[in-house]
Design a protein around this ligand. Structure first.
Ligand code: FUB
Length: 462
């Protein structure tokens, strides 16, 4: 494993959130191990996959420092499994940009997963994979959208209409779309300008705002999120930067005419100067994903958060307050009698994850004395006798305390981790656990000496 310890991130996180986390049941931001932004949730096969851009821990030249895209998944909306980096700028052989991995969105069609990504200054590209978590590869070897306004070609959003026609919208500060062909990696060139249609930006469509040069403009700025719900088409977007708020428009067809419907999420102190939203319906609830700067207090180090909300009867979206609590109710219990990836986390402090799906899997890393992770809604059923954990250590190891319901809650077991011969020399260690029944939040509290203790790959009750 990389011995790199991001003390900067650790200090920021500990300083900013430790008190909050201990005093309330904080669920936002949903990822604490990395800075994540521009969330793009996708529901597939009973699971929510949240693709995100990734703000590096070290910001270069006081600007967005973004090299790759990450993916997280959840079946219950409170525990998020880290699938690591699923794509990066290095996946595109035809260009040499080393920064600019901006807001992505993924969609499934006929068993393939298409990840649309903007590369700032290089237009919009597409990657394809056989699984939602990759590995993704470049199917066309060039950018997908190649326009004469390439620096404005960011923030792709994609949806497939009921008749099978897929639409890809994007843009800042304009809004454009193409009708994707069935293959999802090319588009109908017979409409618009060589296939690219420019959306007319009117006050009726996107709300009135005077532009910087005093001309009439609209509130639309960037980060469109296009979808259909019941009979209505929605365009949720980041408005009036900066700071941005979230607004939306609706239309009776996938190509308009759009009608401005108002604000969804106002500016707030812990939000960043950008915002970027994505909505889903999952297991009977509606959720909005967005980003804030709650962990870092810095606009180039953002974090994805989620709120549950309810559409009004007429399909309009209420004003949603960004909270620290986030999603308070899980929509499923976690089964601890199946192998649980250690990087399935509701809340953590002091930790990073490492590895990726491509190269053998993700695991919890950078574990030091006092760090912990929390897993919510664990269903012990009639009770377990023991726990096993996959660990690796090149140091003196340490202990994993298993506590119930809060950080200092009842200790039901302690797993001893010794030196296994290397940070990648995995061993399965066991401990008895006190018989526990019912559903509990579980805290894995890591203790030991100085420095890094061990890596943690999975756990399972028996
Ligand atoms: O993350 C880089 C850019 O910031 C995105 O493309 C915009 O939507 C804004 O969030």
């Amino acid at each position: 494993m990389s011995k790199f310890k991001n003390t900067c991130l650790k200090t920021l996180i500990l300083g900013a959130v430790v008190l909050t986390a201990l005093t309330i049941n904080a669920q936002n931001p949903i990822v604490q191990t990395y800075f994540t932004a521009d969330p793009a949730p996708m529901v597939y096969d009973g699971t929510v996959y949240m693709y995100s851009s990734h703000d590096e821990d070290t910001t270069v030249n006081n600007f967005f420092t973004m090299y790759d895209w990450r993916c997280y998944s959840s079946k219950d909306m409170v525990n998020w499994t880290d699938h690591g980096m699923v794509a990066s700028l290095k996946d595109f052989d035809w260009m040499d940009k080393t920064n600019g991995a901006w807001a992505p969105q993924a969609i499934e069609r006929d068993g393939k997963f298409y990840l649309y990504v903007p590369i700032h200054g290089e237009g919009i590209s597409v990657l394809v994979a056989d699984s939602p978590t990759g590995p993704f590869s470049d199917p066309i070897g060039k950018r997908l959208i190649d326009s004469d306004h390439i620096w404005q070609d960011i923030d792709p959003t994609v949806a497939i209409d009921d008749d099978g026609q897929a639409y890809l919208y994007w843009g800042n500060p304009g809004l454009w779309y193409v009708k994707l062909n069935q293959d999802m990696i090319s588009y109908d060139r017979s409409i618009g300008q060589d296939g690219v249609v420019t959306v007319e930006m009117t006050a009726e469509a996107f709300g009135y705002k005077e532009s910087r040069d005093g001309q009439a403009g609209t509130t639309y700025t960037e980060g469109p999120w296009f979808y259909k719900r019941n009979d209505l088409y929605y365009m949720v977007y980041a408005a009036e930067g900066i700071p941005e708020y979230i607004a939306y428009s609706t239309a009776p067809s996938p190509v308009g005419p759009w009608t401005y419907r108002g604000h969804i999420m106002e500016r707030a102190d812990h939000l960043a100067f950008t915002n970027h939203a994505g909505t889903i319906d999952f297991k009977g609830n509606s959720y909005i994903f967005y980003h804030d700067q709650a962990l870092s207090k810095q606009g180039f180090k953002r974090s994805v958060s989620v709120e549950q909300f309810t559409y009004n009867a007429d399909g309009s979206i209420p004003l949603i307050t960004p909270t620290k609590e986030g999603v308070t109710k899980s929509v499923a219990n976690l089964n601890p009698y199946q192998k649980v990836e250690a990087e399935t986390i509701a809340w953590s402090e002091g930790l990073k994850t490492a590895g990726n799906t491509k190269d053998g899997g993700v695991y919890v890393a950078n574990i030091e004395n006092g760090d912990y992770l929390k897993v919510r809604s664990v269903d012990f059923g009639k009770g377990a006798k023991s726990i096993e954990a996959g660990v690796a250590s090149a140091s003196n190891g340490g202990k994993i305390e298993i506590r119930l319901d809060n950080l200092n809650g009842e200790l039901i077991g302690t797993v001893d981790v010794k030196n296994t011969g290397g940070w990648q020399k995995w061993a399965t260690v066991k401990s008895s656990v006190k018989k526990t029944t019912g559903v509990h939040d579980v805290y894995f509290v890591f203790t030991g000496g100085e420095g890094e203790l061990f890596n943690f790959d999975f756990w399972k009750l028996k």
